[in-house]
Structures are given as C-alpha cells and as structure tokens.
Design a protein around this ligand. Structure first.
Ligand code: NI
Length: 199
C-alpha cells in the first residue's frame, strides 16, 4: 500500500472511532493536530509520512478515553498490522506517540515526535484551547471558577495555570513557538477579561 493510501485509511479509521467523542478529544481535534503538523513540517526536515501517521493515531489509546489505561501500543499496532505495514514503521509510530502526551512529561527523541507533540499542544491553547478546556472540565463535572480558594483548585480556570499557560515554553520547534506566542497572549487577554467580569 502506498503511503498516501495508508494516511487515508488512518483518517477513515480515526473518523469512525472518534466522531462521537465529547471530551474535547473528538475527531476534529485530531484533524487539527494533523493540520498543525503539516504547518510545522513546512519549516522542519522530518519524515512527513511518519509525522502525519502518528498525528492521526496519537489519541487512539489515550488513557483518558480508556478508564485510565493507556492502550496506544496495542491499538496502534493492531490497526497498522491490519494494513500489513512493516514492523519497523509500526515501532517508530508507536514510539512517536508514546512521547507526545503532556502528562507523561517525556522529552521527544526524534524530530518527528517533537513536531507531533507541538502540534497537539498548539490545539490546547489559544481560542480553541479555551473552548476545549471548558468542554473537558464539563465532561468531568468541574466547576468553571470559584472565588473560594479551596474550590478553585478543581476548576477549569485553574487548568489554565496548571497546564495551558505553561505550554508556550515547552514547544520544541521554532514555527510552533511563533504560533504558541500568539495563542498564549490571547489566553492572557481572555483570563484578564474574565477576572474583570467576575470580580
Ligand atoms: Ni491530542
């Protein structure tokens, strides 16, 4: 099978699997990560096939979607084997995906993993990141915000400080850093306005 056909199969498989997801990890999140990856690839020397394939598959086995268990290796291997992809490529895709997640805190060991990690993190910030943060918080029954310091710990607003405002400085590639800077300042503006309204 040619590379472009493998990418089409991966897209179709992910579309079927994720279209009904409501936690912010829906199909369009994954599609945006692929689009972000392509943007970053314009200024990086990397294997674009591996980047795009890993981007399509990066959330397939995410622990948040499988009751806390990471099934990435198992599900990615099974899918790629069903397309008769050679083992060395499967191993590389599995490795890239294993290095993408924020919660694992792993430093990517290849430019391909750096790009997919940046592409995923870009979708967590800016206007889209704000929307996803509240959608995810809602799915976990989190409060939006509370003026009470004890309650705010588990609020969606707190998530900006715990994760979203940190992402700009964790980008690997120069082009992602540029996009991240713009999205970051938009979030700062948003949070400033939020506090003006609620206080
Ligand atoms: Ni993702």
């Amino acid at each position: 099978m040619e590379n472009k056909d493998i990418l089409i199969k991966a897209q179709e498989y992910i579309k079927e699997t994720f279209l009904k997801e409501g936690t912010g990890h829906d199909y369009y999140h994954i599609e945006r990560v692929v689009i972000n990856s392509r943007k970053i690839l314009q200024t990086e020397h990397a294997d674009s096939f591996l980047v795009e394939l890993a981007a399509w598959l990066h959330d397939l086995g995410d622990h948040k979607l499988h009751n806390g268990v990471d099934k990435s290796d198992e599900l990615i291997s099974a899918f790629l084997k069903s397309l008769a992809i050679e083992q060395s490529i499967i191993d590389r895709v599995v490795k890239i995906v294993s290095q993408v997640s924020f919660s694992k805190g792993i430093r990517p060991s290849s430019i391909e993993a750096e790009i997919v990690q940046d592409a995923d993190r870009l979708d967590a910030i800016g206007a889209i990141g704000i929307a996803r943060c509240f959608a995810y918080g809602g799915s976990k029954n989190r409060i939006l915000y509370s003026p009470d310091a004890k309650e705010i710990e588990n609020s969606s607003i707190q998530h900006f400080y715990d994760k979203l405002f940190k992402l700009k400085d964790l980008m690997n590639t120069e082009s992602a850093k540029l996009i991240a800077a713009k999205r970051h300042s938009f979030m700062e503006e948003y949070i400033a306005e939020f506090y003006r309204e609620v206080q």
